[in-house]
Design a protein around this ligand. Structure first.
Ligand code: CP
Ligand code: NVA
Length: 304
């Protein structure tokens, strides 16, 4: 029984196996139903479009039965403990996906459940999204090693943290450009640097977006205000104003650069509409790839 709480739960080889299996699922070579007769609980303590639908459809396509459980529908939302929720659900279903706030809630669920637990986003990490993004980059560039990803925006959020770890694991180069005070958490940066010492990735954290984007193959961004930070939205708009992905920034890479975003996007804030709608934008390929990569992850973890 293995969980997927962070990309660092797996070796680089295991991670690449997920990518290869997702490709087989996407191109129709793989037709097995490893979740036949299996049930997967999908718990959401935050909103979702992509994660909810891709997991629900993914379980169905693998032959299983998904249970969508919003916090308002189950006793978790009325204060029942994570521990008891984990032990109860383990008696009914074969796997759990959780989207929640503090990362320790996910770790507690995994510790107390006797079935695999998958991270559907926490305040700290969003590993399924980065796995879908890596699959997308592999499709576009035909390789991962040495591809340079530049993350512009909130370095202290779930996407930036998952990206520094993910890039290091896959031997990609990563630069994060964030306003002062919004750099990546040192804990995740150090974790990524440790991984990079073995894989050869280059990792840079800077406060200058124009320095970061030099030589970028991918420019990536995310919302300035993540779920749960709504009260900070006004002050964040001011602090992040110089960290918008616009045509000028895209043209400063000195390369043909693709644009990526996990979605949902706020056009006119972290990205301009012309970049978002441009030929360089692959945002809906990323959204589609959530389905394929999560099917690969569930097939290996829950399908057995
Ligand atoms: N990218 C992502 O996780 O989207 P949702 O919040 O819609 O699930
Ligand atoms: N950083 C964003 C990602 C949404 C998929 C958030 O947590 O709201």
């Amino acid at each position: 029984m293995k969980d997927f709480l962070t990309i660092n739960d797996f070796t680089s080889e295991e991670l690449f196996d997920f990518i290869k299996l997702a490709e087989e699922m996407k191109n129709g070579v793989y037709t097995k139903k490893p979740l036949a007769d299996k049930k997967v609980a999908l718990i959401f303590e935050k909103s979702s479009t992509r994660t909810r639908v891709s997991f629900e459809v993914g379980v169905y396509e693998l032959g299983g039965y998904p249970l969508f459980l919003s916090k308002d529908d189950i006793q978790l939302g009325r204060g029942e403990s994570i521990k008891d929720t984990a032990r109860t659900l383990s008696r009914y279903v074969d796997g759990i996906m959780l989207r929640t706030f503090e990362h320790y809630r996910l770790e507690e669920l995994a510790r107390c459940a006797s079935i695999p637990v998958i991270n559907g986003l926490t305040d700290d990490l969003h590993p399924c999204q980065v796995m879908a993004d890596v699959l997308t980059i592999y499709e576009k560039f035909g390789k991962l090693k040495g591809v340079k990803v530049v993350f512009i925006g909130d370095g202290n959020n779930n996407m930036a943290h998952s990206w520094v770890i993910g890039a290091a694991k896959f031997g990609m180069d990563i630069a994060v450009a964030s306003p002062k005070g919004y750099e990546c958490d040192e804990k995740y940066l150090n974790e990524a640097r440790n991984i990079a010492s073995e894989t050869g990735s280059n990792i840079l954290q800077t406060n200058d977006p124009f320095v970061a984007v030099k030589g970028a193959d991918v420019i990536y961004t995310d919302v300035w205000t993540s779920m749960g930070q709504e009260s900070e939205a006004v002050s964040r708009k001011e602090k992040f104003a110089d960290f918008q992905v616009n045509r000028k920034l895209m043209e400063n890479t000195g390369k043909n650069t693709i644009f990526m975003h996990c979605l949902p996007a706020h056009l006119g804030e972290e990205v301009t509409e012309d970049v978002f709608e441009s030929e360089a934008s692959v945002v809906f390929d990323e959204a589609e790839n959530r389905l394929h990569i999560q099917k690969a992850i569930m097939a290996k973890l829950i399908g057995g």
